[in-house]
Design a protein. Sequence first.
Length: 174
Amino acid sequence: MKNKRFEEYFLRYKNLIIRIVMNKTGDYQAAQEICQQVFISFYKNMDKVSPELVKAWLIRSTQNAVIDYIRKNKTKEKIFTDTSCVKDGNILVEESVELYEKKRSNREFVGRILREVRAVNEQWFEVLMMHCVDGLSYAESAKRLNISESVLRARMYRARVFIKEKFGAEYLER
């Protein structure tokens, strides 16, 4: 009985687990390994998880496993040398080298912009972090910084002008 329930959950959620890991790591082999680890852990704890919480339990376990994987491989720089394309059930999972490199390059570019803004003006950096990175509204950001919203908007404007002048040409090349 337990094996049959497990098999049903596995068939229902394995593609979801693999997609979650692929989105975070871009590595199909890691996705398979983490999926296996998550389902082994689930099998051991299956009796403790209520049926309506199975999906949430699997997603949370997957996220934790991905964090562990990233921490273990943080010092290792993994570069994809080919396109991984695997037919799994009825879902085609594909991660291309170009997409991975583009995402990596964009993260590095944004990091460079933020470092440069911080070096020029710490206040601009704080405004950008709160509004653009953390996703706070102007009102929330202004309240946290203990400034008026008009001052916040002025700082944001100046930061954007600086970024456009300093990195505009490079941005357009991308």
